[in-house]
Design a protein around this ligand. Structure first.
Ligand code: OSB
Ligand code: MG
Length: 369
């Protein structure tokens, strides 16, 4: 495929329910959308950055700059035979995985449309429905947390991820365990602890959690290995894995036993697929994480989750969990059994409300080949 035009839109979307983690609180999502046009097709990708560099170093501003100055011109410079080839073309830019992933995602959408296949099928996915869970932020009180779990359990979600931070951890999780019995649940600490908290982390073993996600440093795989040796609960890595090479090292060290794959964090769908393959070979189950995506990123998440190694429910909830109005049509819905039906139309498979995107976007650039 040869790109004719790439447009990048900056969006700010109000979350229906503020989302708080150990690193901060988000009331609005600020992120970028990429619209890429080839001779015959239009593809969409989402750059899952935030306004602030609190989850990782990338932000709306860094992604906008790197896309404008390097990645978009390089993607348009000559034809792309396969989206897998972009990794090499982008390699001179170190890091900036989310910026790379957003643009690569738009090319994957085009590539799938060219083949007349759904994005899931083009990636080699095998499922027609996927199982999903939900990620619940740090709520102001334990009662409000319990009310959230209750609501989402009634809606059908298959597993509950509860955000924790020091002081709001064991008791909160215990309250959920006591109220809801054996529900599949896990905790996500977003790097809020150190090995100095070993006693507390060990107590979490009593709660029969499916896993504890990223308890230690955002860039650590050594302390996590030590912690995993002293915990029964599997550790799931999120922040510290930025691609297949990080994963290879983490597997070698035993830094965990499960991987959260976020397409943006690992640098795109091609890298996500390679992480999936590596994890599968090592016997690590994987699941698809989320970055409070709009419909565009959500559809990419659904597609990657159809690969066979995604054996645990992910964080890909319904559009309505996040947005008053999503930017895709139809919106993503979750059945009362906690499943999402994988789109079968070519590419990402749902229509992007382009007029709405153009009206909502507060900054924009376009480049032509
Ligand atoms: O750590 O998985 C995380 C959201 C923003 C930043 C980091 C994380 C999250 C989530 C939400 O847990 C997942 C979602 O519902 O999209
Ligand atoms: Mg996480």
């Amino acid at each position: 495929m040869q790109l004719r035009e790439v447009e990048v839109f900056a969006l700010r979307m109000r979350l229906r329910h503020a989302f708080e983690t150990s690193f901060g609180r988000e009331d609005d999502r600020e992120f970028l959308l990429v619209r890429a046009e080839s001779e015959d097709h239009t593809g969409w990708g989402e750059v899952v950055v935030s306004r602030d560099p609190f989850y990782c170093y990338e932000t709306v501003a860094t992604a906008e700059s790197v896309l404008h100055d390097y990645l978009v011109p390089w993607a348009m410079a000559k034809p792309v035979a396969h989206p897998d080839d972009l990794g090499e073309r982008f390699a001179q830019v170190r890091g900036h995985q989310m910026a790379k992933a957003g643009l690569e995602g738009a090319l994957w959408d085009i590539y799938a449309q060219e083949r007349g296949e759904s994005l899931a099928k083009a990636l080699g996915g095998t499922k027609s429905t996927i199982e999903v869970g939900i990620s619940i932020g740090i709520e102001p009180t334990a009662d409000l947390l319990l009310a959230q779990v209750e609501r989402f359990r009634n809606e059908g979600y298959r597993r509950f991820k509860i955000k924790i931070k020091p002081g709001l951890d064991y008791e909160r999780l215990k309250a959920v365990r006591d109220r809801f019995g054996g529900v599949p649940m896990m905790a996500d600490a977003n790097s809020a602890y150190t090995l100095g908290d070993l006693d507390l982390l060990r107590r979490l073993d009593d709660l029969d959690l499916m896993m504890i996600e990223q308890p230690l440093g955002y860039d650590d795989i050594v302390d996590h290995a030590e912690l995993q040796r002293s915990l029964r609960t599997p550790i799931c890595l999120d922040e510290s894995i930025h691609g297949p090479e990080d994963l290879r090292r983490a597997i070698a060290l035993g830094s965990g036993r499960i991987l959260n794959i976020k397409i943006g964090r690992v640098g795109g769908l091609s890298a996500a697929r390679r992480c999936h393959d590596l994890a599968q070979a090592a016997g690590w189950p994987v699941w698809c994480g989320g970055m409070l995506e709009s419909g565009v990123g959500r559809l990419h998440n659904i597609a990657i989750t159809t690969l066979p190694g995604f054996t645990l429910p992910g964080d890909t909830a319904a559009s309505s969990r996040y947005w008053q109005e999503d930017i895709i049509e139809p919106e993503v819905t979750v059945s009362s059994e906690g499943t999402i039906t994988v789109p079968t139309a070519p590419g990402i498979g749902h229509r992007v409300k382009e007029d709405l995107v153009r009206r909502m976007s507060h900054a924009h650039f376009a480049m032509r080949a």
